[in-house]
Write a protein that binds this ligand. Sequence first.
Ligand SMILES: [Zn+2]
Ligand SMILES: [Zn+2]
Length: 227
Amino acid sequence: MARYQSVCEGVYQVGGGFLSDPDDCCIYVVEDNEAAALIDTGAGNSVPRILQNIEACGIDKGKIRYIILTHGHIDHIGGAAELKDILGAQVLAHHLELDAIEEGNPRLTAAAWYGVDYRPVAVERVLREHSELLSLGDVELYLLHTPGHTPGGISILSTIKGKRVLFGQDIHGPFHPDWGSDKKVWHRSMLELLDFEADILCEGHAGVIKPAHEVRSFIQGFINQYC
Ligand SMILES: [Zn+2]
Ligand SMILES: [Zn+2]
């Protein structure tokens, strides 16, 4: 079983499907000289595996200072409490996802879909702006509010060694009234992501998509399908 997939310098996929557990979303690590950030945490059944995969990348676990939760669905947040305990990292998420992440509202986490018990986690850095900056040293991550799939979904944009990298965990949808999905605002979010003209898209379930024209047609394809 593969341990990780290298995306570009300092960016690795360490979880999702064949790398950790079939229930997990794609999980990414971004590492820079001062710190590293974990993007999403899987459904919660594969934390030891995720930690082994991070080590296999050659990343010192002590360097992971941030856990960014892109939205409150169980396949993205299930491992957050345990990973936070082990890594001692700060959890970041948008304020409109706190009912799911901190309270464990089962309608919002969709935990029943996966048949797992969710252990809530405290969010130390609550995102309230349209765009907020998180610095890992030279690499800067822009945490952009991109609602639609859920009300407080975020995407992460960064330019890493000259490549524009987009972590867009919920580009493919789906949409459900229980989660507060909204196709109209989703469309607006997608147009904003297209404006970034990413060279690489790290998606939440579809994996890594590149080059730029493939990223564009991936996003545009879902706009055409849903709007
Ligand atoms: Zn998901
Ligand atoms: Zn989702």
